[in-house]
Write a protein that binds this ligand. Structure first.
Ligand code: PBG
Length: 325
């Protein structure tokens, strides 16, 4: 039974102030996280061709970029490290003077209040590009846990505010929680990449982080895009093991997963608008096929509407600047 003509939805759409008055979802700079790629050297800025506007930055340049982010209104960053050397075990990941510990110290000096989240994974540090140590050509789960825990601890000791394991090994949240607690970092939160799908949208990131697998793919540890019940089991496991915040990744193709995780667990949910999602919008906009600002705002609004509290996006600085205006 239609309530028309008593109810006319268009009445509430007639003026900009009225539309804003009844808007249900907001994108705010406080909940955006900017990912950054840190590389060795000084004064280095290597643009990533498949991610226009994004560059690999040396530690000094990363600290400068953090100043600009703070000016724009962004107060959280997610750090990825590209080490000087890679080996089979990803030793660079656990070094106390590794690329991430050095970046943490420099950013802390430049912008003391910036929230520093570190990606905990081995793929940037292994010469084979997989997210763990190998045995017979396969990623070996349990030995990898020790390395990840040591990596998280190295980040904690160097001043990380949150550690974010993205490897998708079973049991890693528990292993990291135990290592942090044993070393006195009981207060340090874990943001787990709980539902991370084996996605075709990570291509540009692997160029930026130099982490393309030398053989095979990540389907033996990342999730099948077809599965949402399994995603809920993954999240349940991470929450039991001590995750304080959970992530769904990528974002736009997985809005249903975000919604179900938010409703089921009521934990803070982060969604990662990944490199391929960024590249698609940039490429279409560069061709004049879509309006970039509108498309970005629409995607971020959709991700928030689906239930994400936090959005990790390469657009964070631009969007925050736009919100300031
Ligand atoms: C792995 C990691 C990846 C991303 C974040 N952490 C890549 C992968 O799993 O291959 C992808 C992020 C993006 O595409 O923007 N440590």
């Amino acid at each position: 039974m239609s309530r028309f003509p008593a109810y006319r939805p268009r009445r509430m759409r007639r003026r900009d102030a009225l539309r804003r008055l009844v808007r249900e979802t907001h994108v705010v700079a406080d909940q955006l996280v900017q990912p950054l790629f840190v590389v060795p050297g000084t004064n280095v800025e290597n643009p990533v061709p498949s991610m226009p506007g994004i560059a690999q930055l040396s530690v000094d340049r990363t600290a400068e970029e953090c100043r600009r982010l703070v000016d724009a209104g962004v107060s959280s960053v997610l750090l990825f490290g590209v080490p000087e050397e890679k080996d089979a075990h990803g030793s660079g990941a656990v070094a106390a003077d590794g690329i991430i510990p050095r970046a943490l110290a420099a950013i802390r000096r430049a912008t003391p209040d910036m929230l520093l989240i570190t990606d905990v994974c081995l793929c940037e540090y292994t010469d084979h590009g997989h997210c763990g140590v190998l045995r017979d050509g396969e990623v070996d789960n349990d030995p990898t846990l020790d390395v990840l825990a040591a990596e998280a601890l190295a980040h904690a000791r160097a001043g990380a505010d949150i550690v974010a394991p993205s490897d998708m090994m079973d049991g890693r949240v528990g292993a990291i929680r135990r290592a942090l607690d044993a070393a006195g970092f009981t207060h340090l939160p874990i943001l787990s990449y709980a539902a991370k799908f084996a996605s075709g949208f990570y291509g540009p990131f692997r160029d930026a982080a130099g982490s393309t697998p030398a053989f095979g793919d990540r389907r033996g540890y990342q999730m099948d895009p077809a599965n949402v019940e399994e995603a809920l089991r993954e999240v349940a496991l991470d929450v039991e093991e001590g995750a304080d915040m959970v992530m769904v990744k990528p974002a736009l193709p997985y809005l249903d997963v975000i919604r179900r995780v938010k409703e089921r667990f009521g934990y803070p949910v982060a969604a990662y608008q990944v490199s391929g999602e960024y590249a698609m919008i940039k490429a279409a906009a560069a061709n004049g096929w879509i309006d970039e600002a509108r498309a970005v705002d629409e995607t971020l609004t959709a991700i928030r509407r689906a239930g994400a509290d936090v959005v990790i996006t390469y657009f964070a600085k631009d969007v925050a600047r736009g919100l300031r205006r």
